[in-house]
Design a protein around this ligand. Structure first.
Ligand code: ADP
Ligand code: MG
Length: 624
């Protein structure tokens, strides 16, 4: 499948000019930036050679901002101004944060806008601003290492992130001066790092155990596109819990009852060090000297495993649930990819292998694999690859449809459909003898055309006059690899055809897309009512029109004056209720008119059969 390169209008890349594109893993605990160097994707170190940037931001009174290891060191001494795990607050409203806020050491400020702010010594900061500091720091690092301006970035987000969380991430990037080629799901990035997108079609599990979160994603590779079949996990389970278990063990072994918070924090730091050493060593010496108590002992890998087994079992249960949600069993999984620093723990690998019955992929450093995958995608999107290596597909952000009778939006291509795509639908004429059809191309998620965006209008003319409902007009929507939409309409009995080209993917800013999506969710209920009303009105018009014609043709001949009067009254009643807003009332009027006009319809039927029979032999009829 050829790559779909989408460049901004007027910004198409010069051929032969390599662009500096980066992939960024904006994590809850740690963040990384990666880029293609000499044809290989690599994470980029800071000046002291550290690849991992702790996702911690500290604000100093003078307005100075410190990001990373130095900020993390101040988490306890300056907790109000030192913000960690800000990813948990992204795209959240003030109300969401109220519940979370009680457990956090920050002072939250109610704002007029939807966003919660954190009060720091350097002013009130939104989660978007705080995240942008992490992105800025990574962007500066990349410019220094790569020696040039960054043309764009692929930033990863959890697969379960909703529109608001994704939008907040994009806004943070904009604030950091980064051009976002696209957001990419973290599990997809990990799969891309292992080249699974170029492998056989199949289902893969991405097991991501980080510092404070666990995510399991079941992905299916289908025609070069990763579909998320299900996601699951635990937003409060990660390596921090491993540290906590070790700290508890130290307290128990050393006979300490309970200790103050500062000692507890020191123990957590010690525990993290022991845990990480146990990845390579069978046992480690424990030396605790907190000032409050001292203790020496040995922690073996065996004991460590017994401490974390209940935690790992929790993740396995989440895997089971995610598989069940996708209607699959462990045996259906082709590859299992290990992501997140905590999957370094050998016991985690063992238990995951046991559950899926397959050796998980862990050759690529699990801390870095997401950033690596993102950088591969970024390089492709920047246009640095020859065409035949391009495998990336894009989706349309908003549904494309057509206006039907009553001002309704009929979706032809649904949002998130991968492009290129062609979809056709058949329509028919509304009136007898109708020779033209107006096609209005609309984009959006709402039920009424007036709430969507009109992209184009054109007419199909020269339809041969036919009875209403017998013309067959096929309308075809085709979106090509560049996101260009062309629409054609063809009357199938006469082959009359017309078409237009429209450009749907440009002209709508991301904010507009988000607003339109948000509206479609907010108004879904009201829209359903509006659709019902519009549908009943169309049906009322159709009935009235048909009956008027029939009455004009043989009302006098087939109906008594009383019968005609009754029908006219019911038609009048329907015409009136059609003006109102009550779809149920219109339906009732239609039904009443229908049941009363049945007799008339039956008589008309008899008459036409008699006409057909007169002057024809039964034999002739049989041949028809
Ligand atoms: P996130 O995706 O949440 O930002 P990471 O994937 O960077 O987090 O994982 C961070 C966690 O990985 C921390 O709890 C850290 O202690 C743990 N970790 C890092 N290296 C090791 C190791 N060698 N052994 C065990 N745990 C590790
Ligand atoms: Mg992560």
């Amino acid at each position: 499948m050829a790559l779909l390169q989408i460049s901004e209008p007027g910004q198409s890349p010069e051929p032969h000019q390599r662009k500096l594109a980066v992939g960024i893993d904006l994590g809850t605990t740690n963040s990384l930036v990666a880029a293609m160097r000499l044809g290989k994707p690599e994470t980029l170190p800071d000046l002291s050679g550290r690849h991992i940037l702790p996702s911690v931001v500290r604000y100093l009174p003078a307005g100075e901002v410190v990001v990373g290891d130095e900020a993390r060191d101040a988490i306890f001494e300056d907790s109000r101004n030192t913000i960690s795990s800000v990813k948990r607050l992204m795209g959240r409203g003030v109300d969401d944060v109220k519940t979370l806020g009680d457990c956090l050491p920050y002072e939250f400020i109610q704002s007029e806008t939807e966003m919660p702010y954190i009060r720091t010594e350097a002013g009130d900061k939104s989660p978007v601003e705080i995240s942008s500091e992490i992105l800025k720091s990574l962007s500066v690092r990349a410019q220094e290492t790569l020696g040039g301006d960054i043309s764009g970035a692929v930033i990863t987000v959890p697969a379960y992130f909703d529109e608001a969380q994704r939008q907040a991430t994009k806004d943070a990037a904009k604030l950091a001066g980064l051009h976002v080629y696209r957001l990419l799901n973290e599990p997809t990035a990990a799969a891309v790092a292992y080249g699974l997108d170029r492998g056989a079609e199949g289902v893969h599990a991405i097991y991501d155990l980080g510092g404070g979160t666990f995510d399991i994603s079941i992905l299916r590779l289908n025609k070069g596109v990763f579909e998320v079949l299900s996601t699951g996990g635990d937003s409060a389970l990660g390596g921090d819990d491993f540290d906590h278990a070790i700290a508890q063990w130290i307290l128990k072994e050393s006979g300490q009852e309970c200790v103050g918070t500062s000692v507890a924090r020191q123990l957590m730091e010690i525990a993290r060090g022991l845990k990480e050493q146990l990845t390579d060593a069978d046992s480690v010496n424990v030396n605790v000297d907190t000032g409050c108590f001292t203790w020496q002992g040995v922690l073996t890998r065996e004991v460590f495993h017994s401490l974390v087994d209940p935690l790992i079992a929790k993740t396995v249960r989440a895997c089971k649930r995610a598989l069940r949600d996708a209607n699959l069993g462990p045996g259906d999984i082709h590859d299992v990819v290990m992501v997140g620093g905590s999957t370094r723990v050998l016991r985690v690998r063992e238990k995951v292998a046991d559950f899926f019955g397959a050796t998980p992929l862990c050759d690529i450093d699990p801390d870095r694999v997401v950033a690596v995958g993102a950088s591969i995608q970024a390089d492709v999107l920047a246009g640095n690859k020859p065409d035949d290596e391009m495998v990336l597909l894009d989706v349309i952000p908003l549904s494309l449809g057509i206006e039907t009778m009553g001002g309704l939006m009929e979706k032809i291509i649904h949002r998130n459909t991968t492009i290129p795509v062609t979809r056709a639908q058949e329509f028919t004429t509304f009136k007898d003898g109708q020779t033209a059809l107006a096609v209005q191309v609309v984009q959006g998620e709402r039920e009424l055309v007036s709430d969507c965006r009109s992209l184009a209008k054109f007419e199909l003319r020269g339809i041969p006059p036919m009875v209403a409902g017998s013309a067959r007009i096929r309308v075809t929507y085709q979106v090509d690899a560049d996101g260009l939409l062309s629409v054609s309409a063809k009357e199938l009995t006469s082959n009359v055809e017309t078409n237009v080209e429209v450009k749907p993917s440009y002209g709508l800013s991301d904010n507009e897309v988000t607003r339109m999506l948000k509206d479609s969710f907010d108004f879904a209920e009201g829209d359903k009512d509006a659709r019902a009303l519009a549908e009943e009105r169309v049906e009322a018009d159709r009935q009235l029109e048909a009956l008027r014609q029939a009455l004009a043709e043989n009302g006098e001949e087939l109906l008594s004056a009383d019968e005609r009067k009754q029908l006219h009254q019911l038609m009048e009643a329907l015409a009136i209720s059609k003006q109102g807003e009550d779809s149920v009332a219109i339906r009732k009027a239609i039904d009443e008119l229908n049941s009363t006009s049945e007799v008339f319809a039956a008589r008309r039927m008899d008459k036409s059969i008699n006409q057909a029979l007169s002057g024809q032999s039964i034999d002739n009829l049989g041949e028809e």
